[in-house]
Design a protein around this ligand. Sequence first.
Ligand SMILES: C[S@@+](CC[C@H](N)C(=O)[O-])C[C@H]1O[C@@H](n2cnc3c(N)ncnc32)[C@H](O)[C@@H]1O
Length: 249
Amino acid sequence: MPLNLLHSPELNADYAASLCQQFGLTLTTEINGWHLAWLDDALVLRHSELPKQGDILVDFAGGAASYRRQYGGGKSEAIAKACGLNKKRDLTVLDATAGLGRDAFVLASLGASVTMVERNPAVAALLHDGLRRGKQSAELSWLGERMQLVHSSALDALQQQAAVDVVYLDPMFPPRDKTALVKKEMRAFHDVVGSDTDADALLAPALQLAQKRVVVKRPGYAEFLAATAPTMSVTGKNNRFDVYINAAI
Ligand SMILES: C[S@@+](CC[C@H](N)C(=O)[O-])C[C@H]1O[C@@H](n2cnc3c(N)ncnc32)[C@H](O)[C@@H]1O
């Protein structure tokens, strides 16, 4: 569902028009519920009635992403091992369900060239704006070369994009208990994005496109995507990465 973009005198008119054009947003002066807004030179997602929810944005240069890049497990993180970045740095990756681009950023900061695919217009707009700001950061001089965004459905991208080493999938999965819903981003995602009930259909085209492997991120308790057992699984702190191998890296 496309969202409204709240007009702000600080938001450059040309940039607002290009966001509306690219992501099908409507520029408005009245908002109700979830909407995109402009705050401190950044596009944010917020809810008019839930001030405690806080703003959601993509901030590659900021706190959490930067801390994980500098002090995270690097190549020994489960996601890096699952994708094969512990064996080869400069893999090409299609992240077909990009979300807020956290996983894509981890992979790119380890050396991969990542194409992020996101179908939800509001989430894609947040990613677009996060890339714009990230490219301005002196610390992330590699970002423009290694991360790009395609606003489309994963199925279309898997059929149209050039072959890559790795296809990465992290579709939404229903939370097992309500406590997970208190996490602000998860709540926003469940409201704005909904459930990715069509995710099973992504595995076969992903396996067609990936030269080396397909990696599927799942909660530890979740069944396999498309009820298909992987070649192996790598267990992380909070998730499981199911790896379907086409060829050795
Ligand atoms: C759980 S989030 C991904 C989180 C991401 N891995 C991260 O690190 O931020 C799933 C995202 O995939 C997107 N998505 C799900 N199915 C998709 C599809 N078929 N095509 C494109 N995007 C899809 C959803 O809109 C949502 O933003």
